[in-house]
Design a protein around this ligand. Structure first.
Ligand code: NAP
Ligand code: ZN
Length: 349
């Protein structure tokens, strides 16, 4: 086994603290990666605190992983030592069912999607541990190539915040001629702004934080609207073709549906812990729809990374020492993040 160091919690009220554990020895198709940076996703907080159903402890969170290959199994074809690579929310699946073969491994029909942490390997026994650690072992099919051109710390959040917003934007063909709102300017939200702007849409940020207006404009947004001010919001009634909702906490969906034009779509990527509450009538008016989107498959993750390299897109990050992680969580919870915390894994040593 390979000894690894990381930060873990042992129950839902625990603070993250140093923990030593083991990664498996390399199997023929495995890649060993020395992790350079790992982003902090709000999903890490939901899971650390067991907010999405019973969590598996000990838990090493982290699914926005970038680093270099330092070892390869005997039959690895896709990578060599020294390659810059990434791992997102998944580390394995059956790879043979029609859905996996379509590149939608998050929906593996055999139920064998293995998430990067808070999950079990396909043997249904071995826990997985995430990226708040110095090294990780993963089958090559779930490792993606990262360009040497982009600042690496800003690439890490693309592995979740990036793909989770890129995927529905592509699915719905969002681009030129569309009026798009991004609800919640956090990790996912700021990536949605960057992608929608890069694809030519008119973008409005709908935010609860007046202090984010300047940043929204710097990210390329055309308009900024404070959702706590009903007068501000009214201006956008029946206006948007798409609203991309990246809010992490329970909120009023009907208010946002009212901002959709005829046939508009409210796309949820945020996953608050409470059930969504709304009346069918709030969508009936104008034949509006609601859609929910789950991360993105491996081929699309590679496509997104290549798109980012081509368009010079990275996440806006605040790089932190790993010993600051518990404070960073509190700041994420109070919407005080600009716009993703990324852990410098050198600080583990
Ligand atoms: P984040 O950085 O904390 O951003 C969330 C933003 O939501 C905040 O910055 C804030 O923006 C807004 N917000 C917070 N509380 C609010 C409230 N009570 N009412 C209205 N707006 C509020 O979180 P993130 O990492 O981007 O993740 C966002 C959500 O997406 C989380 O629930 C996460 O678990 C989920 N997620 C889903 C997927 C998927 O596959 N669908 C993947 C990754 C993450 P303003 O200050 O601008 O209001
Ligand atoms: Zn995430």
């Amino acid at each position: 086994m390979i000894e690894a160091k990381g930060y873990a919690v042992h129950n839902k009220t625990d603070l993250l603290a140093p923990w030593t554990f083991e990664r498996r020895d390399l199997k023929p198709h495995d890649v060993l990666i020395e992790i350079a940076f790992c982003g902090i996703c709000h999903s890490d907080i939901h899971q650390v605190r067991s907010e999405w159903g019973p969590a598996k402890y000990p838990m090493v969170p982290g699914h926005e992983i970038v680093g270099r290959v330092t070892g390869i199994g005997a039959e690895v074809a896709k990578f060599k030592e020294g390659d810059l690579v990434g791992i997102g929310c998944m580390v394995d699946s059956c790879k043979t069912c029609p859905t996996c073969r379509q590149g939608l491994e998050q929906f593996c029909e055999k139920g064998e999607t293995v998430f990067t942490y808070n999950s079990l390997e396909r043997d249904k026994k071995t826990p997985t541990y995430g990226g708040y650690s110095n090294k990780i072992v993963c089958t090559e099919e779930f490792v993606v190539k990262v360009s040497e051109r982009l600042p690496l710390s800003g690439v890490a959040p693309l592995l979740c915040a990036g793909i989770t917003t890129y995927s529905p934007i592509k699915k719905w063909g969002i681009g030129k001629g569309h009026k798009v709102a991004v609800v919640g300017l956090g990790g996912l939200g700021h990536m949605a702004v960057k992608f929608a702007v890069a694809l030519g849409a008119e973008v409005t940020v709908l935010s609860t934080s007046p202090s984010k207006e300047k940043d929204a404009k710097n990210l390329g947004a055309h308009n900024f609207c404070i959702t706590t001010n009903p007068e501000h919001v009214k201006k956008y009634s029946n206006y948007f073709n798409f609203t991309i909702d990246a809010v992490s906490a329970p909120h009023d969906y009907e208010m946002y549906f009212g901002l959709l034009a005829i046939g508009g779509v409210h796309i949820c990527v945020g996953l608050p812990t409470e059930p969504m509450k709304f009346s069918a009538f709030s969508l009936l008016r104008g034949n509006r729809s609601i859609s929910v989107s789950s991360i993105g498959g491996i081929p699309e993750t590679q496509e997104m990374l290549d798109f980012c390299a081509e368009h010079d897109i990275v996440s806006d990050v605040e790089v932190i020492n790993i010993n600051y992680v518990n404070e960073a969580y509190e700041r994420v919870l109070s919407s005080d993040v600009k716009y993703r915390f990324v852990i410098d894994m050198d600080t583990l040593n």
